[in-house]
Design a protein around this ligand. Structure first.
Ligand code: ATR
Length: 288
């Protein structure tokens, strides 16, 4: 029997998740329904409850996007370790009364950087810009990939401090006594020019507003990769700046497809191929 899925957000109509999941399902020979679901800002729980109870087909899961990833974390009755680690959920799986909350963003970013872009995070100096929900989901996977340095910076410094503290405290309680590796480092924007990075990830929403996050050209090491979690028709302001600094650039379209593939696996236990879908989306973006 076909099952129902949705992407819940506000705004949500721009989301490519329905197209991606329908394409994955077609490849795998599954019949699913996957829709956009706009939730009122103060009505996330009611929206999910209505989605679960309505419709001819049983609701089996949902993806969750801005600004509801923390609401989804609180809504879940069971959380995976990777959702717990970041305190944010982008994938819900419904199983009777049980609601599993998972987060596939970090795996998606890791897969895009390491596999699709063939960049090795191990030993690299990595800077993450931003301190919102987008960062929470990905710090754990970046840390696990053994960078030489994992730094976080943000326009509002205290928010970066909070995230790093939460992450480092959790790490201390789970780490063995022999774990002496330096933890996530918080850096003020004014400290950045003195440090070079091999990978700089823009996880702020600044690209959406077409404004430029404050990263100095001097921060890009020779041969650095600049990764913007956002995507669009042309290059984002951050990627334009990175290009002018001689860095290699990548937008977040690959991460979007890879996190979707991981959600697909959580729901269906099947791994679709991501490259054809990525190529399809890239071609669509070029036509806009
Ligand atoms: P998300 O869940 O997508 O991460 P968010 O929680 O609203 O969204 O966080 C947005 C992030 O983008 C924050 O780190 C924000 O910086 P502040 O904490 O200082 O607000 C950052 N951001 C948004 N617009 C920005 C801009 N124009 N320049 C720099 N950073 C910006």
């Amino acid at each position: 029997m076909p099952y129902r899925y949705a992407i819940i957000g506000n705004p949500v109509s721009h989301s490519k998740s329905p197209a991606i999941h329908r394409e994955f399902a077609r490849e795998m020979g599954l019949s699913i329904s996957y829709e956009h679901l706009l939730s009122p800002l103060d009505g996330f729980n009611q929206t999910v409850a209505a989605f679960r109870s309505a419709g001819r087909l049983p609701a089996a899961g949902a993806n969750v996007t801005v600004p509801f990833k923390i609401n989804a974390f609180n809504y879940a009755t069971e959380l995976t370790a990777r959702a717990l680690r970041g305190g944010a959920v982008n994938t819900l799986k419904f199983d009777g009364a049980n609601i599993l909350g998972d987060n596939t963003d970090g795996v998606g970013l890791y897969a895009d950087i390491e596999r699709n872009l063939a960049f090795k995070i191990a030993g690299a100096r990595v800077l993450v810009m931003g301190a919102g929900g987008a960062v929470r989901g990905v710090l754990g996977n970046l840390w696990d990939a053994s960078p030489a340095l994992l730094a976080i910076t943000n326009r509002t410094f205290i928010k970066a401090e909070d995230i790093a503290k939460q992450f480092n405290d959790a790490k201390s309680s789970s780490a063995g006594a022999g774990d002496s590796k330096e933890k996530i480092r918080v850096m003020a924007l004014k400290e950045l020019p003195a440090q070079q990075f091999d990978l700089i990830i823009n996880a702020t929403s600044a690209s959406l507003a077409e404004s430029l996050p404050l990263v100095p050209v001097a921060s890009f090491a020779p041969g650095a990769l600049a990764y913007d979690m956002m995507y669009g028709k042309g290059q984002t302001p951050f990627l334009m700046l990175a290009s002018s600094a001689g860095a290699r650039t990548a937008d977040g379209l690959g991460m979007l497809v890879e996190q979707a593939a991981e959600s697909f696996y959580v729901w269906h236990g099947l791994r679709p191929s991501t490259m054809p879908v990525l190529a399809m989306l890239r071609a669509q973006l070029a036509k806009i």
